[in-house]
Design a protein around this ligand. Structure first.
Ligand SMILES: *Cc1c(COP(=O)(O)O)cnc(C)c1O
Length: 395
């Protein structure tokens, strides 16, 4: 097989072998509907409840507070739409940030269309939300605060426990999109004052199309998906038993291994970051230098297009992603990088490498070998770079 260096684990991860082993019987022999009364159905139900316990344990939650969904996007939609609808008599204001995932941002825009008011908090140059600015944004009509635990593009980890404390001081419900954090950052919903938390399977070694939401007991939230009586009548739809089993196993594994795996990834990540910064002039690290996800390396290279870098990396078997989002055929610079204060061309020149449990030291060496000549080659074709260098020589 051709060489493949996968450094896009924030986009998705491979299903772990142990997880796949656990899942397969639920496709082949244990395929019963978890709502059926006969033994075949009841064995599916048992598997779903065992997975619910695995998820609850990983978050410090009670099993009755975990609901399975079809992924991070659904959990985010449910949290925002469900709470605002349930509390619309109490107030019409919510607070979120400029750097959220589109599942939060586009839901917030929809809420604005139907009459809610939304404050999008700015972040500092490292991507951190300011507690003071959060507190200043709170109004008597604020019913919900939603701030992500860790950012998917730049890896910055937010001060979630403090944000939750402020929310609770003002009697406001606190939701966090923890899709990138679960399995990489220790989570305890009680210690961190979290009322609602979104997570997704395919970001931590489980299949795509499965996720969960934690809903603190007593939190007012309407239902998003109507239909059957599954998930204690709060989320309809026949349970995706294999994927649920996979999510339970993946989250349990990730939590068991977290301490060692975080140490390993931080070493690899910092080797990659420092290696790139040393070898490639006019490069800058995006995100927080230390409060960042263990596998995240996001770097802007002046005078190049991230998309061109990705193509040349791909020709060398390296998968990464860029600071541009392809929407409606045109390339928009990432809203996250713009929120840090980067100029459009800086955002366009950004590349994100996200390491995972399969990433090895050799993979990092390989990227450190291939990347510098790629940037140099692209810069050699850039008139901007030529002008800059000539200008410098004349100065
Ligand atoms: C991937 C991601 C989502 C969406 O999760 P899906 O399971 O793909 O729907 C939401 N938020 C963040 C931060 C993500 O990284």
């Amino acid at each position: 097989m051709e060489k493949l260096i996968y450094m896009d684990n924030a986009a998705t991860t491979p299903v772990r072998a142990e997880v796949l082993d656990n899942i397969i019987p639920y496709f082949t022999t244990k395929y019963g509907n978890a709502s059926s009364v006969y033994k075949l159905g009841q064995s599916s139900k048992k598997a779903v409840e065992a997975a619910r316990e695995q998820v609850a344990n990983a978050l410090g939650a009670d099993v009755s507070e975990i609901y399975f969904t079809a992924g991070g996007s659904e959990s985010d939609n449910w949290a925002l739409r469900g709470v605002t609808e349930a509390l619309k008599e109490k107030g019409n204001h919510i607070i979120t940030t400029k750097i959220e995932h589109h599942a939060i941002l586009h839901t917030s825009q929809y809420l604005e269309q139907i009459g809610f008011e939304v404050t999008y908090l700015p972040v500092d140059k490292y991507g951190k939300v300011s507690i003071n600015e959060l507190e200043a944004a709170i109004r008597p009509t604020t019913i919900l605060i939603s701030v992500m635990t860790a950012n998917n593009e730049i890896g910055t980890v937010e001060p979630i426990a403090e944000i939750g404390e402020i929310a609770h001081k003002h009697g406001i419900i606190f939701h966090t999109d923890a899709v990138q954090a679960v399995g990489h950052v220790p989570i305890d919903v009680n210690k961190m004052n979290i009322d609602l938390l979104s997570l997704s399977g395919h970001k931590l070694g489980a299949p795509k199309g499965i996720g969960a939401i934690y809903i603190r007991k007593g939190t007012k939230i309407n239902q998003l998906i109507f239909g059957g009586a599954q998930e204690r009548k709060r989320r309809a739809g026949t349970e995706n038993v294999p994927a649920i089993v996979g999510l339970g196993k993946a989250i349990e594994l990730a939590n068991e291994e977290m301490e060692d795996e975080v140490k390993r990834l931080v070493l690899l990540r910092d080797k990659l970051i420092n290696g790139i910064m040393k070898a490639i002039p006019y490069s800058r690290l995006n995100g927080h230098p230390t409060d960042r996800l263990p596998g995240n390396c996001n770097i802007s290279f002046a005078f190049v297009e991230g998309e061109s870098v990705l193509m040349l990396l791909d020709m060398n078997g390296i998968c990464a992603s860029s600071g541009s989002a392809c929407t409606s055929g045109s390339l928009d610079p990432s809203h996250v990088l713009l929120a840090l204060g980067l100029k459009h061309e800086e955002a366009h020149g950004s590349v994100r490498f996200t390491l995972g449990y399969e990433t090895t030291d050799e993979d990092v060496d390989y990227v450190l070998e291939k990347l510098p000549p790629i940037i140099e080659r692209l810069r050699s074709m850039s008139p901007l770079y030529e002008d800059y260098i000539n200008g410098k020589d004349n100065a």
